[in-house]
Design a protein around this ligand. Structure first.
Ligand code: ADP
Ligand code: ZN
Ligand code: ZN
Length: 728
């Protein structure tokens, strides 16, 4: 008798044993239907075995294997098993989460059965000449003709049932074939590669060096400011991979970055199927992309962090662009770092991996210093001058809604030249808090330990963490004072101040509020490009990856706030942030200028920033970290707890700290403390940090520890382990 051990989407860290007698295919990675309680659910076989520890009379039969879907390949299963063990997250949840949603739901599977495309015979059929009663078949043929790399059944328009029948008939007739079930039929055609610009010497060196490691695992840091031509280096190496008939996994941090990048990649490799994988896709698109990647049809997989687990049989190159970006780390559920998993994957598959950044994470830079990764530097911008970065001292100055005179002067001069300015402030809304000057009352969120942000445009106060909103009160709820004052600046306030100061300027605010409407951001981009805007006011959204040729001035308001942060990573983030926003200034033939308002112009961070000297900054911060024994000189995990009361959460953490003897384990346990945001959406939160100089020692400790936490939590506390935490 054979058994299968199956991963199911349940939060228990175990595999479930089933008898496999009825399964046609029972190998690891197979997607199967099994009974679970009173339901039938989808699962993935993780192991096949000849024996089971569960008495065979108690074991249930697995119902069927879904053989129309290829099994998860062994390397991806290994990666998932590793992730479950390393991040201490239930194996079933890890494995099932890596599958496209559509594959996880049994009902949805009936419609979607793989990816279809026209056969050579099918391309010669003229759909219009089919009889009128074959409308469904006609529609399918027309649709597939537009998508040479294939479409999933759910993406074909029309009545799903009729589409499925039509597809079946077309396959029978030999006009259409299903491509996802078989890997890579036929001999590969050489991909079409259009020429890019002539590479600079630095780019050429980078390409040659990395290309020299295509046959093995090699971690590379490609260090270069925005506009230094990193993407051209990637494209050149993707071309090499494609020519060798190998796939590239290209990870990027943000969803809104992918369309432009995809256009650029497509322009270079017009006949290479590119699969986009990010959370903005619908289920059908995601399944289609995933299957195309797994079948080896997609030459390039371009995606956000979740794409790191995509099966890719011909993987030849991994790129992690903006590798320092915190969005590569998932903040809940499986709290994985897609960058770290990507490194592991490159090692497992013996392929090179390029980590690209203007401001590498200190973890990565430290690995370069230790000789583990090799660094290649692009010091100049490829087709523009490096912008000038200056600070302007605002100590002692009375600011106008947060804006200094020097900033106003710079904006005025820029507008006069017919160029665009960007005022960068990383806070949306009008003001971060409403205050009563009479009694000191402030607008706290009733459910969180943060202030409600004033949104003057909608006459509301909103919590940016839990979504709570209420009307702006006319009087202080505590003392009745009618003179309530918004304190501090947000994008809306800066926008209205500028409108007052520059009445004839065309001002555009870009933040999550102003871009909420569908396509709003697309339209704004068009306006900026068409120079229908003089002054932009924007948040982080504008700092990333957008190329506006007429934008020559960037003014940063309120950067100092990060200098006071209790998070030891805040300065690393601030530096990365400012370098990134500086990259928006002056890309084409116009020189750019960046002006940072600060009360501390002599702060080492600003001095390094003005020289755009990443190495100086990184070395200084690394020295501090070494002194303090912080990462990357140590490894951390945070046990996060959530309960109805703060003392309940803290008590749990105290019990957790006491339940193990760390005397000989090389692990230190810190005191439990309330979380940075101690109250979120009505839940009290606390945390406990454990730290070790040895990753292995920390992992050994966590393995025994994690097993005891559920018992200690007594259902009163929700807990989670955050390994290599990025947030305080
Ligand atoms: P990064 O990815 O580092 O921000 P890009 O690769 O996007 O830089 O390059 C910035 C700009 O310079 C792009 O418009 C790109 O087309 C152009 N560029 C890059 N390399 C070259 C080159 N060798 N010659 C001319 N233009 C280049
Ligand atoms: Zn009051
Ligand atoms: Zn709230």
């Amino acid at each position: 008798m054979t058994f299968v051990r199956v991963a199911l989407d349940v939060p228990v860290d175990t595999l479930y044993d089933y008898r496999a007698d009825r399964l046609k295919n029972a190998g690891p990675g197979r997607i199967v239907l099994v009974p679970f309680g009173k339901k039938i659910v989808v699962g993935v076989v993780v192991e096949a075995a000849d024996t089971s520890l569960v008495a065979s009379t108690r074991l249930r039969q697995a119902i069927a294997s879904l053989d129309e879907f290829p099994p998860l390949p062994g390397d991806v299963l290994e990666l998932l098993k590793f992730s479950s063990a390393y991040y201490h997250h239930a194996i079933g949840a890890v494995v099932m989460n890596a599958l496209p949603t559509r594959l996880r739901r049994r009902n949805a599977l009936k419609i979607e059965r793989g990816v279809y495309r026209l056969t050579a015979l099918g391309t010669n059929v003229r759909p219009a000449e089919l009889p009128a009663r074959s409308a469904a078949r006609r529609a399918v043929l027309e649709n597939l003709a537009l998508h040479p790399d294939g479409l999933g059944a759910s993406q074909l328009a029309g009545n799903p049932a009729a589409t499925v029948v039509a597809l079946r008939n077309l396959v029978k007739a030999g006009w259409v074939e299903m491509i996802s079930a078989r890997p890579d039929g036929g001999s590969p055609r050489p991909p079409q590669v259009l020429p890019g610009p002539t590479l600079t010497d630095a780019q050429q060196t980078a390409v040659v060096e990395i290309r020299g490691t295509f046959d093995r695992f090699a971690p590379w840091l490609l260090h270069g400011v925005t506009g230094s031509g990193k993407t051209e280096v990637y494209l050149e190496l993707i071309a090499t991979a494609l020519t060798q008939h190998r796939q590239t996994l290209f990870l990027v941090p943000e969803i809104n970055l992918t369309p432009q990048l995809e256009t650029r990649i497509h322009a270079r490799f017009p006949d290479t199927p590119i699969v986009r994988l990010n959370s903005g896709l619908n289920e059908g698109e995601r399944l289609h992309g995933w299957l195309a990647a797994q079948a080896g049809h997609a030459g390039i997989v371009l995606g956000t962090r979740l794409a790191v687990f995509t099966p890719m049989p011909r993987l030849g190159l991994i790129i992690v662009d903006e590798e320092h970006d915190s969005s590569f780390k998932q903040a809940e559920g499986l709290r994985y770092s897609a960058r770290d998993i990507a490194l592991l994957r490159a090692k497992q598959r013996a392929v090179p991996i390029i980590l690209g950044s203007a401001t590498p994470s200190l973890e990565t830079y430290h690995q370069v210093q230790r000789g583990r990764y090799r660094m290649l530097t692009l010091a100049q911008r490829a087709n523009a001058a490096i912008p000038v970065i200056q600070t302007t001292d605002i100590s002692g100055e009375t600011l106008l809604d947060g804006i200094s005179q020097a900033t106003l002067k710079a904006i005025r001069e820029t507008s006069k030249r017919g160029e665009q300015s960007l005022i960068y402030i990383n806070r949306r809304g009008y003001a971060p808090v409403l205050i009563c000057p009479g009694c000191g009352w402030t607008s706290g969120c009733p459910r969180c330990s943060v202030k409600l942000v004033v949104h003057l445009k909608s006459h509301q106060m909103r919590c940016h963490h839990c979504g709570h909103q209420e009307a702006i009160p006319a009087n202080c709820t505590q003392c009745g004072n009618a003179e309530l004052a918004p304190l501090g600046q947000g994008t809306q306030r800066v926008e209205s101040a500028l409108a007052r100061i520059f009445p004839s300027a065309r001002i555009l605010r870009v933040d999550r509020d102003s871009t909420r409407r569908k396509n709003a951001w697309g339209e704004m981009r068009r306006q900026i490009h068409a120079q229908e805007v003089d002054i932009l006011v924007g948040t982080q959204m504008l700092a990333k990856g957008h190329d506006f040729p007429a934008l020559t001035l960037v003014c940063v308001i309120n950067a100092d706030a990060s200098l006071y942060s209790t998070d030891y990573r805040a300065s690393e983030r601030l530096f990365a942030n400012l370098m990134q926003v500086a990259g928006r200034a002056g890309r084409a033939d116009l020189p750019g200028r960046v002006l940072v308002q600060t009360e501390f112009p002599a702060h080492p961070l600003y001095l390094a920033l003005q020289r755009q000297d990443y190495a100086a900054f990184a070395n200084e911060v690394l020295a501090e970290r070494k002194q303090a024994g912080l990462p990357p000189y140590s490894y951390q995990a945070i046990l996060r707890a959530e309960a109805s009361r703060q003392d309940v959460a803290i008590e749990f953490l105290e019990r957790a700290a006491a339940c193990v003897d760390t005397a000989h384990s090389k692990v230190s346990i810190f005191d439990p403390v309330p979380a940075n945001m101690s109250r979120l959406a009505g839940k009290e939160r606390a945390q406990l940090t454990v730290q070790s100089g040895s990753r292995a020692a920390l992992q050994r400790f966590l393995s025994t520890w994690a097993g005891q936490l559920d018992k200690l939590a007594e259902r009163k506390v929700r807990w989670a382990l955050d390994i290599d935490p990025q947030e305080p």
